[in-house]
Design a protein around this ligand. Structure first.
Ligand code: HEM
Length: 394
């Protein structure tokens, strides 16, 4: 198939299903760094595995904070993801991320992740037709965050609404600002309380954390909580959506995994390679002209870190367009590399494993009703629009 790369735009085109992968293959075959478009602007795409690995580690030519400064800081405030100074980034990352890996997560995981997933699934119990995306996948990761933070259960719906409003800063800035104020008003007394009387939750860990002589102020605690919405909520929503889509659209796979749930982690690993939610990660190049792999990149140019392209590079993955549960995927670039490599990857994998296992248990024999809506689409956050199913009785 011939693809007109000049006509495709990584922000404006939805690139559903194979379309994205055809576009990325065409780029990859042309070279490691190729001209592209993003939001109508001239850009470049890095689609080969080796080139992207190098680019992820190159903080000079591709400063990792710039995109976040432009896109996120307005909504969530100052957090380590958008810090330009790498020493400062390192210190704040040390302060804010152990909370997502350590005691609180471990104890919560051991006790309640499964219970929470079943609680969410209870909401559609008895319904013959369900949109698994809207009714389970869209809320489960946010509920995990609220439980980890140790917030009161009766405010979970409000918390999810605030998170979504904050993330729509670009489309509706007034609603985002209002949500931010309401959220801060809600969090302030909780943070004060945890300072006085720490519990076994993430907010308590954030207020007690100390690194290189520094601690987080209340405002910094708020912004690092807000940081979890796009990074922990949206990504897991996408990755679980893509996973359930892959299983539902492959004949027999639902039943195969239902009969053998110990294979769910293999499905999780393979979907993270095959159809990752951050399929394309936009980076802004340095404030001066640079050269990368023989290609001149003008100052302040969008460069697409095409993770989905690297994850299907035939130089690294045999038969890359096949979704293969037996694959041993070791070199995924799904969680980035270098200074910004994802601190939430463990939690993401756990959420996905528990989420799919629960759905397999609760839905015996699903029939997918709308194949088109179930196809993953868009690039920066790739997810299906809906996963509507009917429960078959036989
Ligand atoms: C499948 C789900 C996930 C995917 C695909 C994913 C992917 C990524 C990628 C590619 C990066 C690097 C970004 C860059 O280089 O600019 C990243 C960073 C990050 N991720 Fe994840 N992530 C996922 C889940 C999570 C979760 C659950 C959390 C939180 C608990 C999280 C928190 C973060 C944070 C805070 C950063 C920024 C790190 C830094 O600035 O040093 N992610 N993630």
């Amino acid at each position: 198939m011939t693809i007109d790369l000049d006509a495709s735009d990584f922000a404006l085109d939805e690139m559903p299903g194979d379309v994205l992968h055809d576009v990325l293959r065409a780029h990859r075959e042309q070279g490691p760094v190729t001209p592209a478009k993003f939001m109508g602007l001239p850009a470049f795409a890095i689609t080969r595995h080796a080139a992207l690995l190098e680019a992820f580690r190159d903080n000079e030519r591709f400063p990792p904070h710039r995109m976040y400064e432009a896109s996120l800081e307005g909504a969530i405030g100052k957090s380590f993801i958008s810090m330009a100074d790498l020493d400062q980034h390192r210190i704040y990352r040390k302060l804010a991320t152990p909370a997502f890996r350590s005691r609180a997560v471990a104890s919560y995981e051991a006790e309640s992740l499964e219970a929470l997933a079943h609680e969410v699934a209870d909401r559609f119990e008895g319904h013959d037709e369900v949109d698994l995306l809207a009714e389970f996948i869209a809320s489960f990761p946010y509920l995990v965050i609220t439980r980890l933070l140790g917030l009161p259960h009766d405010r979970e719906e409000a918390f999810h609404r605030w998170a979504l409003a904050l993330l729509s800063m670009r489309e509706d800035p007034a609603a985002a600002v209002k949500a931010s104020e309401e959220l801060t008003e809600f969090l302030a007394p909780v943070v004060e309380e945890r300072r006085r009387e720490p519990r076994n939750d993430v907010i308590s860990e954030l207020v007690q954390a100390e690194a290189e002589g520094r601690r987080l102020t209340n405002e910094e605690v708020f912004s690092h909580i807000r940081l979890l919405f796009p990074t922990g909520g949206e990504t897991t929503h996408g990755s679980l959506g893509n996973l359930v889509s892959a299983v539902l659209t492959r004949p027999g796979m639902w039943q195969e995994l239902r009969g053998n749930p110990s294979r769910v982690p293999d499905a999780v690993d393979e979907i993270l390679r095959f159809e990752t939610p951050i399929a394309v990660l936009p980076r802004m190049s340095a404030e001066y002209d640079v050269e990368f792999m023989g290609v001149d990149i003008p100052a302040n140019t969008w460069v697409m870190f095409a993770i989905a392209g690297a994850n299907r590079d035939p130089a690294v993955f045999a038969d890359p367009d096949r979704f293969d549960l037996d694959r041993e995927s070791k070199d995924l670039l799904t969680f980035g590399r270098g200074v910004k490599s994802c601190p939430g990857m463990h939690l993401a994998r756990r959420n996905m494993t528990v989420g799919l296992t629960t759905l397999l248990e609760r839905v015996a024999n699903p029939e997918l009703l709308d194949l088109e809506a179930a196809v993953p689409r868009r690039t920066v956050l790739r997810v299906p629009d809906a996963l509507r199913i009917r429960r078959r009785t036989a």
